[in-house]
Design a binder for this molecule. Structure first.
Ligand SMILES: [Fe+2]
Length: 334
C-alpha cells in the first residue's frame, strides 16, 4: 500500500508517491538529498567526467540507495594480533597501522581520508604503512596518455597524509592506479610530504638492538615488481614485512622468506552480499579479497581501503583502519 504525501525535489515542492513505511520513506528522502548533492558537485567537473561519473553514480544510487553512500563514510577500526615465528622478542607488542586505497578526489574522499588520519594518530601506532592507490585513473583513461593527468591528485592526498604520526615513521608502496598514471609524480608528492615510497627495496626497522625489515614492491599489475631486488641484501633469518598493493601477490611472495604481507586493492569489492560475496573483484584481489589469510608460511592481511572508485558507494565493505599488533601467540581479530 502506498501513501501520497507532499515531498520535495532539488527544485522545490513536488508531489511524490512514497511507501507507507516511515523508514523506507525516510530512506527515499535521504536518497533524493544525496543525489541532489551529487548532481551539484558533479556540475563542477568537466563535461566528459560529468557524463561518465554521473552515469555510474546515478546507476549505483538507483540500485543501492543512500545506504551505500552513508556506509562509505563510516570508518571501521580493525584490531588484529598476528603471530610471526621469526619475530624478535623485542618486537612483541609492536604495532603497525595500515591505511590503503585513498583514491583522492575533491568531493567524496577528502572527509574519510582526514578522519582516517585522526583515527590512526589516536591509536598511537609504532609504525604506519600506506598500501597504495593514492589517486584514481578514470576507467575511460586507463592505459592512455590522459592517465598521467590523474597523478595531480597525489599532492593534495599527501598533504593530508603528512599529518600521520608514528615514532618509527610512515612508509608507502604504489598501487595500480599510481603506477598507471605517473609514478614519479606520485612518489615525489609523497616524499615531499615526509612519506618514503618503497619500490623494490627495503628498510630496517629497529627496536633496541633488534631489527625487522619493511620491504615494498612496485605495483604487481601496472608496475615492474621485483621482489628479489626488494629483499636481495637482507640477512637470512630476519623478519620481513612486505607491502604489496595486490593481495594475490601473496602466492608469489610465499615462495620467498616473507613473514607478513600487507595489501589493499580489493575494497572488498565495495559491494559484498551475504552468501554471494562480491559481484566483482579486481584482478589480483580474487583469491584473498578481505581480512586475514595464511598462504603457506606467509601471513597476509587485506585491508578494505578508505576511498572508493567508480561510485562513492560501499555495502558491507566499510572503509577501514587496521591496527596490527605483532605477537608470538596465535592471531585473533576483534
Ligand atoms: Fe588498486
Amino acid at each position: 500500500m502506498s501513501l501520497v504525501i507532499n515531498g520535495f525535489s532539488a527544485q522545490g515542492s513536488t508531489l511524490v508517491t512514497y511507501p507507507s513505511s516511515p523508514r523506507l520513506a525516510a530512506s527515499i528522502r535521504i536518497s533524493i538529498r544525496v543525489v541532489s548533492f551529487a548532481i551539484e558537485r558533479l556540475k563542477l567537473l568537466t563535461r566528459r567526467k560529468f557524463l561518465y561519473t554521473g552515469a555510474i553514480t546515478g546507476a549505483s544510487f538507483a540500485a543501492l540507495g543512500a545506504d551505500g553512500f552513508v556506509q562509505s563514510k563510516h570508518i571501521e577500526i580493525k584490531k588484529i594480533e598476528i603471530s610471526l615465528a621469526r619475530l624478535p622478542e623485542a618486537f612483541d607488542g609492536f604495532t603497525i597501522a595500515q591505511l590503503s586505497d585513498f583514491h583522492y578526489e575533491d568531493h567524496f574522499s577528502v572527509f574519510p581520508i582526514r578522519e582516517s588520519v585522526q583515527i590512526v594518530n589516536s591509536l598511537n601506532p609504532d609504525l604506519i604503512v600506506l598500501t597504495g592507490d593514492f589517486i584514481t585513473v578514470p576507467i575511460v583513461d586507463t592505459h592512455s596518455r590522459n592517465a598521467r593527468k590523474a597523478a595531480k591528485s597525489a599532492a593534495p592526498c599527501a598533504a593530508i597524509l603528512r599529518d600521520l604520526k608514528a615514532p618509527m615513521g610512515k612508509f608507502a608502496t604504489l598501487g595500480n592506479h599510481d603506477a598507471n598514471a605517473d609514478p614519479p609524480r606520485v612518489i615525489g608528492a609523497l616524499r615531499e610530504h615526509g612519506i618514503p615510497v618503497l619500490v623494490n627495496r627495503s628498510v630496517p626497522v629497529e627496536r633496541g638492538s633488534a631489527r625487522i625489515w619493511l620491504a615494498g614492491i612496485d605495483d604487481a599489475l601496472d608496475g615492474r615488481p621485483d621482489l628479489g631486488a626488494a629483499i636481495e641484501n637482507l640477512p637470512s633469518g630476519e623478519t620481513v614485512v612486505l607491502l604489496a598493493h595486490e593481495p594475490d601477490f601473496a602466492d608469489e611472495a610465499a615462495l620467498s622468506p616473507i613473514d607478513l604481507q600487507l595489501s589493499g586493492h580489493s575494497h572488498g569489492g565495495q559491494i559484498w552480499f551475504p552468501i554471494i560475496g562480491a559481484p566483482w573483484l579486481p584482478p589480483l584481489a580474487r583469491n584473498y579479497p578481505r581480512g586475514l589469510y595464511n598462504v603457506g608460511k606467509l601471513v597476509l592481511y587485506t585491508n578494505l581501503g578508505i576511498g572508493t572508485i567508480r561510485a562513492p558507494i560501499r555495502i558491507n565493505c566499510p572503509p577501514e583502519v587496521t591496527l596490527i599488533t605483532l605477537r608470538a601467540t596465535k592471531h585473533k581479530m576483534s
